[in-house]
Design a protein around this ligand. Structure first.
Ligand code: AMP
Length: 266
């Protein structure tokens, strides 16, 4: 890549775990529109799975992924082995994630963000992109990566891109592949309900709106792990609506045993 760099060409990078869908492809297209050269990586990072079964059941579709990337005209696909990503004797980097590792995904998935930090650090080191693209579907992950980037890669720009949804509102996710048709229909309630909670912010207090949201989801048979309001700058949890533009409602819920996350910022 150093030749490309010498010629003053900008490199956009999209890290993924594969089983690509339109949400990933929008990141790729944005990178292609903004850079001379776009690289996608596919690596199902075992170190960010706190749950062995989730890792083992993570969907893999290498052939389908290659075809989708070729169709959009992506320049390069990096499909490294575990040993390339984690050579023996490499030291795990240390970073204080503060609050980010203690709330929501940090609290529910111990070790998850440590794994995310290690893998993104390593890919940034290997690829050294000008710009890296992440989806706001993983809202907390965007903040974690930003913390790591500020500490170790100040020159790399990060772009956080909007959540791409099915027509039903369901946030696209590789994990949706594990849902039945009924499961997908049921999962669409996740976004519908967080949108309802957001709309209630004009009328009732946050804890009451969230309680109502939890009631609606329970009625739809959705098993909620958390539905919380936080400050979108710090992810500090809040039991009061914040000023316009600072609210983010985040949810993790199980449908047919598949753990799904979503959020809405307003
Ligand atoms: P993953 O393969 O799930 O690790 O995701 C790779 C990247 O794609 C991450 O930055 C995700 O946030 C992003 N992504 C996944 N799903 C979506 C979506 N529905 N909309 C936007 N970005 C997404």
């Amino acid at each position: 890549m150093s030749e490309t760099r010498k010629r003053g060409i900008s490199i956009g990078y999209v890290p993924t775990m594969g089983a690509l869908h339109q949400g990933h492809l929008e990141l790729v297209k944005t990178s292609m529109a903004e850079n001379d050269y776009t690289i996608v990586s596919i690596f199902v990072n075992p170190r960010q799975f706190n749950n062995k079964e989730d890792f083992e059941k993570y969907p893999v579709d290498e052939k389908g992924d290659v075809n989708l990337l070729a169709d959009v005209g992506c320049d390069a696909l990096f499909l490294p082995s575990y040993a390339e990503v984690y050579p023996a004797k490499t030291q795990a980097i240390k970073i204080d994630l503060g609050n980010l590792d203690k709330v929501l995904e940090g609290a529910e998935r111990p070790g998850h963000f440590e794994g995310v930090v290690q893998v993104v650090y390593r890919f940034f080191e290997l690829i050294n992109p000008d710009v890296a693209y992440f989806g706001m579907k993983d809202f907390q992950q965007c903040m974690v990566v930003n913390t790591m980037k500020k500490a170790y890669f100040p020159k790399i720009k990060l772009k956080f891109c909007p959540i791409i949804r099915e027509n039903s509102g369901l946030a696209m996710s590789s994990r949706n592949m594990r849902l039945s048709k009924e499961g997908r229909e049921s999962a669409a309630n996740i976004f519908k309900v967080i949108n309802t909670v957001k709309n209630l912010s004009k009328h009732i207090e946050a804890p009451d709106a969230i309680k109502y949201g939890l009631y609606l989801l329970k009625n739809k048979g959705i098993n909620v792990q958390y539905l919380s309001l936080a400050n979108s700058d710090s992810l500090a949890l809040s039991n009061k609506w914040l000023k316009s533009g600072k609210n983010v409602l985040l949810i993790a819920a199980f449908v047919e045993g598949v753990r799904l996350i979503d959020n809405i910022a307003f």
